[in-house]
Design a binder for this molecule. Structure first.
Ligand code: DX5
Ligand code: ZN
Length: 214
């Protein structure tokens, strides 16, 4: 079954503990934490202290998405703060293998994210080392943007690449995910759907999560 990872980027920043507790009760599978540095993307969010602050409020895995230039130095800080998954952007570092190795050696699961225009080939030679590939279905930086339809075909091609090699790398899709495209994404091979506005903007959040899961 597909997993749902609500993004706390769309939650009330003054009540993050409540937000993650609510998401756990509502049936979420992971908590997606969007870290933005104001350089890699034109927005600024939070650092490791936010992860340590929410850690005691949920048992769900914390899925930390680093939209950060040169993320290497931040990796041990986020792992120490309680991150379960650490995902870095391929476009953010010339030393992807080194960063991925550091994530795994630090005891966390390693993900690599690709922007909508980055060829899938950029993860081809590191796929064996990855627990997850995050495909962006919007340009990173903000919640509430519209889904870029081309992402569907990218999920299919990545799924084929993973299966051909007999790997169990997870595919996470992030950006503009709604109840209207979740089914297609699942059929294309997505394992985890990130949803910010589709969950936090819904009047009935548990229902929104159930509808995404389908
Ligand atoms: C975008 C972030 C996403 C974002 C998703 O830069 O990486 O995780 O919060 O928000 P929605 O679901 O509203 O597109
Ligand atoms: Zn994200």
């Amino acid at each position: 079954m597909v997993k749902i990872a609500p993004s706390i980027l769309s939650a009330d920043f003054a009540a993050m503990g409540d937000a993650v507790r609510e998401m756990e009760r509502a049936g979420a599978d992971l908590i997606h934490v969007d870290v933005m540095d104001g350089h890699f993307v034109p927005n600024l969010t939070f650092g490791p202290p936010m992860v340590s602050a929410i850690r005691p409020h949920t048992r769900l895995p914390l899925d930390v998405h680093l939209m950060v230039e040169d993320p290497g130095w931040l990796v041990p800080l986020f792992i120490r703060a309680g991150a379960d998954y650490v995902t870095v952007h391929e476009e953010g570092t010339p030393h992807l293998h080194r960063v991925v190795t550091a994530i795994r050696e630090g005891g966390a699961k390693a993900g690599v994210a690709l922007n909508p225009a980055t060829p899938l080939a950029m993860v081809e030679d590191i796929l064996e080392e990855l627990d997850m590939v995050l495909l962006m279905s919007v340009n990173p930086g903000f919640g509430g943007q519209s889904f870029i339809p081309k992402a569907l075909e990218r999920v299919e091609r990545l799924k084929a690449m993973i299966e051909t090699r007999g790997l169990s790398t997870l595919i996470e899709v992030d950006g503009g995910v709604t109840a209207g495209n979740a089914d297609q994404l699942k059929r294309a091979g997505a394992d985890i759907l990130v949803a910010g506005s589709a969950v936090f903007g819904a009047p009935d959040r548990p229902k929104a999560i159930r509808e995404l899961r389908g």
